[in-house]
Write a new protein. Structure first.
Length: 287
């Protein structure tokens, strides 16, 4: 059995991807990591992370292209703000038997893949307080509750799509396509008002497909924050703590990274193995 981590990235998010990978490798030098290219513009990033971080490129680029074409066929042109974000759904058909998906605007503070041990009990894991702080916002419209598309218990399991885990083989491509087509015919179910793309669709897919779900923050003693917009976390030795409890990760979802409460911490991880660029170097890099 192989287990590891997937990211979706391209050259545009190079800086964030390097910071994330530096943090992952600091705590786990050996874990398998695969990058799913967001589009064709990823060679600059690949040259760095494949050599420095031992990241592998998703091996079946043909599958990714076919999946992208299928998404374009299923959803109307104005349905999804950034259709290529849906490429993350290909993780269920990739080389890893157990996998953790992580967005690039995240840094981690532990051997993060050890959380996959819980997949012996569950089919899907997440780890955030979206259900508590945001409710259905940026996931579903009120209609989903009003029409009992999902139960109240199910709707309490909505999650942020930037950090989650699952297992290969628990959903077929045919079943996924069936559910995606269902989504495409019911735009009224979803809340895209803030420009999200994959999060509403992924939530619908997970609630429809996997009964054995677990949000780690609901486990005893694990109700630890992770949002970059929370300014109360305390830093010690470049690790964040919520009171006296160590964060698993920090995610700048929907909140500015640069200039925020943890900007210097992000810079630490970004330049962990190289000197922080001077203003002169930054100007040269922009040319």
């Amino acid at each position: 059995m192989t287990r590891g981590i997937y990211i979706v990235a391209n050259d545009r998010v190079l800086e964030n991807a390097v910071a994330l990978l530096n943090s992952i490798r600091l705590y786990d030098p050996e874990v398998l990591i695969y990058m799913i290219p967001f589009n064709e513009e990823y060679q600059q990033l690949a040259d760095i992370i494949c050599n420095v971080h031992n990241v592998k490129i998703f091996p079946d680029l043909n599958l990714l292209n076919q999946f992208t074409q299928k998404i374009a066929e299923i959803f109307p042109p104005d349905f999804l703000a950034l259709p290529n974000k849906m490429r993350k759904l290909a993780v269920w058909f990739g080389p890893l038997d157990e996998f953790l998906y992580i967005d690039t605007d995240i840094i981690v503070f532990e051997k993060i893949a050890e959380n996959l041990n819980l997949l012996s009990q569950f089919d899907f894991l997440c780890c955030d307080f979206h259900y508590k702080s945001e409710g259905l916002r940026n996931v579903f419209s009120p209609l989903v509750a009003e029409e009992n598309i999902f139960t109240t218990e199910q709707l309490a399991d909505v999650f942020n799509s930037g950090f989650w885990a699952s297992r290969k083989g628990i959903i077929s491509m045919e079943k996924m396509e069936e559910i995606l087509r269902e989504c495409a015919t019911h735009r009224e179910y979803f809340d895209f008002t803030s420009g999200v793309t994959d999060q509403p669709i992924l939530n619908y897919l997970v609630l429809k497909s996997f009964a054995r779900r677990c949000n780690l923050v609901k486990l005893p003693g694990q109700d630890i924050g992770s949002w970059g917009g929370s300014s109360h976390f305390q830093e010690k030795d470049y690790i964040l703590y919520d009171s006296d409890r160590r964060l698993k990760y920090l995610h700048w979802a929907g909140t500015p990274l640069k200039g925020g409460a943890y900007w210097k911490l992000w810079q630490h991880y970004r330049y962990l193995h190289e000197g922080k660029p001077t203003l002169w170097k930054k100007l040269l890099l922009r040319r």
